[in-house]
Design a protein around this ligand. Structure first.
Ligand code: PLP
Length: 396
């Protein structure tokens, strides 16, 4: 018999499957080009040519046994980790070394490794609504729970005052995500300074460090030169999780890393525990060939101009049609206020115009919907009349 603990996931999954099936059904009925599917955060820009070239070059130039073998350390190739550390130091003026880096199977496994490393069963992790729904599942994998801090709907910067009231002796970590999925908001320096001050005071009050886990798969997707602060510089007890899923459009390759700064409390144990967590959670090591690829492509980036063009026309078009959106400074999501109270009903109404969006309830923030604009430019432009009609229908 299937484990009882998995049954809520199985039931939840049928809702996701129903959405996929609905998208496929609409595409069949109306033609793919007439369905505006904003439901998935799958990059629409191909990986840079350098990635494929690097794969070919590595296969030709490097030792086959080595590139397909187990890594000696569960944290990954030493030279790749050094390349990552040097890159971060160049960009952010930090002082990381290979020892501070653990290569991971994307951000998803990185978050699991970070939670397993830092959080004991029964402890709590705070997350600021709206947040990536998988955080709750990852916490549960390790017997921990995510506690949602209500959204600050004024500008979707984290509600730190509320967090401060909610923190208790069971709080071991706070997950932040900037540029943010689903709002597109970038957390400001002011936010990070305030967050750091509160966490320092609360760590002191409760006699144990409260860590920040900074989930950063969208770090490189920031527009108009907006500054995305590097969180370890504001709070030493920060573990950064990064991924190339979005920045090099490699989500299927499953590659990322964690940074554990030497200054963090209990660093020596934490870095060893993370290495072991990679092993005992069954990831063993990040995929080896792709570790070598990202090291060769460390200075490459995806074409964010395509997302930026979508962002501008989508934001302006929605505004013109009467929608209120958080101003997206990064990532590739538009966070739209539902013009009616029930966001699920609004999503259902949108579907009648062949527009697929995800209700805010899925991000612990009802009253909004998320539209992923990592789609073709034509999809954005052609969806706008539907959004307009939908608003007219609602306004009556
Ligand atoms: N964190 C956030 C906020 C995400 O949006 C995603 C994927 O969409 C992930 C983590 C997982 O990314 P990865 O593909 O690197 O596991």
């Amino acid at each position: 018999m299937t484990a009882k603990s998995m049954m809520p996931y199985v039931q939840g999954n049928s809702a996701i499957r129903a959405m996929f099936e609905e998208g496929a059904r609409l595409a069949e009925q109306y033609g793919k080009e007439n369905v505006y599917d904003f439901s998935l955060g799958n990059p629409s820009v191909p990986a840079p040519a350098e990635v494929n070239q690097a794969i070919k070059d590595i296969i030709e130039e490097e030792n086959t046994l080595m590139i397909h073998g187990y890594n000696q350390s569960n944290s990954g190739y030493e030279d790749v980790r050094q390349t990552v550390a040097d890159h971060l130091n160049r960009l952010h003026g930090t002082a990381f070394a290979a020892e501070n880096i653990v290569m991971t199977v994307g951000a998803a496994s990185g978050l699991n490794v970070a939670i397993k490393t830092l959080v004991d069963p029964g402890e709590e992790i705070m997350a600021f609504a709206p947040y990536f729904v998988e955080y709750g599942n990852y916490a549960k994998n390790h017997g921990a729970t995510v506690v949602a801090v209500p959204a600050n709907t004024a500008d979707f910067q984290p509600n730190i005052d509320k967090m401060s009231e909610m923190i208790n002796e069971k709080t071991r970590a706070v997950i932040i995500n900037s540029p943010n999925n689903p709002t597109g908001v970038v957390y400001s320096e002011e936010t990070l300074n305030k967050l750091a001050a509160v966490l320092e005071a609360k760590s002191e009050e409760f006699g144990a460090p409260i860590y920040i886990i900074s989930d950063e798969p969208y770090r490189e997707l920031a527009y108009d030169g907006v500054f995305v602060p590097y969180v370890t510089k504001y709070y030493k007890n920060t573990v950064v999780g990064y991924s190339w899923s979005k920045s090099l459009s490699l989500p299927g390759e499953r590659i990322g890393y964690l940074v554990f700064p030497s200054e963090m409390d209990d660093y020596e144990n934490a870095i060893q525990a993370a290495n072991i967590a990679n092993r005992v959670l069954g990831y063993v090591n990040a995929p080896t060939l792709i570790q070598r690829v990202v090291a060769r492509c460390i200075d490459c980036s995806t074409d964010i101009d395509a997302y930026d063009k979508n962002r501008k026309v989508f934001y302006e078009g929605l505004k013109e049609a009467g929608y209120e959106c958080a101003y997206p400074e990064g990532a590739f999501y538009m966070w739209i206020k539902s013009p009616i109270e029930d966001d699920a009903q609004f999503a259902a109404m949108a579907k009648k115009h062949n527009i697929l969006v995800v209700p805010g309830k899925s991000f612990a923030c009802p009253g909004y919907v998320r539209a992923a604009y990592c789609v073709s430019y034509d999809t954005i432009v052609n969806s706008l009349p539907g959004f307009k009609k939908l608003m007219e229908e609602i306004r009556g």
